[in-house]
Design a protein around this ligand. Sequence first.
Ligand code: SAM
Ligand code: SF4
Ligand code: F3S
Length: 470
Amino acid sequence: MDRNQVLVPPEALARQRDFQEKIKAMFAAREAHPLACVDTFGCQQNEADGQRLKGMLREMGFTLTQEPKEADVVLLNTCAVREHAEQRVFGNLGILTHTKRDNPEQIVGLCGCMAQEERVSRRVRDSYRHVDLVFGPHALWKFPELLWQVYETKKRVFSVEDQHGFIAEGLPVERDRGVRAWVSVMYGCNNFCSYCIVPYVRGRERSRDPQAILREVRELVDAGYKDITLLGQNVNSYSKDLDTGYDFADLLAEIDQIPGDYLIRFMSSHPKDATKKLFDAMARCRHVAKQLHLPFQSGCDRVLAEMNRRYTRKEYLDLVAYARSVMPGLVLTSDVIIGFPGETEAEAMETVSLVEEVGFDALFTFIYSPRPGTKAAGMPDPVPRAEKQKWFDKLLAVQNARSAALHQAYIGKTLRVLVDGDSGDAEFPLSSRTEGNRLVRLKGDPSLIGQFIQATITGSNTWALYGEAL
Ligand code: SAM
Ligand code: SF4
Ligand code: F3S
């Protein structure tokens, strides 16, 4: 892709700021104090996009609210990865017919990954006539202009063209308060795993310039953020599109030079692009958490090939062995899909055996969900859902037993944790995370929030550790 066509030019971004000002002036002339609600579904990439949308809304003079009923603008920032995620959004859209009936001036917008699917935008056009604005991730940077069009023309606006995607630097970001921040280092995905919708809705891989990323991380560290996650659908293919020879390991090493008291994490990594160089860099870099999210999806080579994952079970196991050899105590997590079309019980049990063999710290487990337009959606899928559920339950039982045993082994240990907020638990009022991102509920004083501290672990269950601040 031509880099000039990927980067949104500064003039185009300046034009968007003009639209922000126009909307602000429109409300000021009415002496109105507009409210906006952004409801984000899906992954961290989408959360990061949601923070950009909120940032733009703030610049337009909106105050943010969690309450759709009272909002002048409601945006549903959607996820398309599984059918369940889509159903939830259509349910929420249905509810918004009522809020709009009470407040006909309300603008209802649908954005994010679902909006980029033609099937969805057609359905919204035809059957959800109270939706005023629909735009996909490719048009996110143009949100001020699109919203202005809705106000000016009083017509429905759709911006859902299929494109390769852009990089827009310098959009305003409304970050969550606290210690945690996201930094997208690249957008899109080129992998086309046969079950996955993401490459169709997020466009081709495009990497931000290293200097822009370094600047953003430096600003976050200076602003007091202590737990920074670098995001990409496949972060370790970072910079392949820039063709400079610089890679994700080089980026980690440069970020690590930034002075300060902070941790760097990253996700997701694709095993086909995970290199020894990356693991060596992780091991060396003082600020990089010794934590790796390395989705394997299936433990069966035939299924992996059908999924178009481009690695084998043995290659995955070798990678894990190398990563653990250079980072003893590495916290390892993964994603896994049960019930891919044509998968047999014996093949699903190969996945369960891989889980037993590796011993993951945590797993994100999914039952296969057909996504229209993907290759797998056209494959014969004869196994009934109830049967897949049994395999899934078996997998969960294995992982839950492992998580509980792992957690129990922490009891009596003293660890460095980052206190990140209230836990909502009266006895253990603080929430904190270990370097490996494990949740620890703590007894301690709220003044510790925002600090790295030492904590002694006194108890555990399958999902969390409990302890005391030292
Ligand atoms: N790019 C990341 C990767 O490859 O690991 C994450 C992609 S996706 C947002 C997160 C997880 O959702 C995937 O790792 C996969 O396990 C799961 N997933 C994706 N498509 C799915 C589908 N059609 N049905 C069930 N799970 C799916
Ligand atoms: Fe989807 Fe595969 Fe890309 Fe991950 S790497 S986003 S699973 S296509
Ligand atoms: Fe969902 Fe889009 Fe993320 S499909 S998982 S929100 S990239």
